[in-house]
Ligand binder design. Structure first.
Ligand code: SF4
Length: 62
């Protein structure tokens, strides 16, 4: 599973970095995905971050 943040849409609220810090981190005022493959043990947290993102800009590729 992979994840991607649409940088043009992210508002930098940092929620995803709190829900799943194993995948997302803030770089400047945007969140970025800093792993190539989402580790199995945090897939659920990564999906939750995607669901909870207020502007729905986290995309998951299974
Ligand atoms: S939750 Fe969404 S809007 Fe907030 S920092 Fe993460 S990707 Fe950006």
């Amino acid at each position: 599973m992979k994840a991607k943040v649409d940088q043009d849409v992210c508002i930098g609220c940092a929620l995803c970095t709190q829900i799943c810090p194993e995948v997302f981190r803030m770089e400047g005022d945007k969140s970025v995905v800093y792993v190539d493959i989402v580790p199995k043990e945090v897939e659920d947290a990564c999906r939750e971050a995607s669901d909870e993102c207020p502007v729905s800009c986290i995309y998951i590729v299974e």
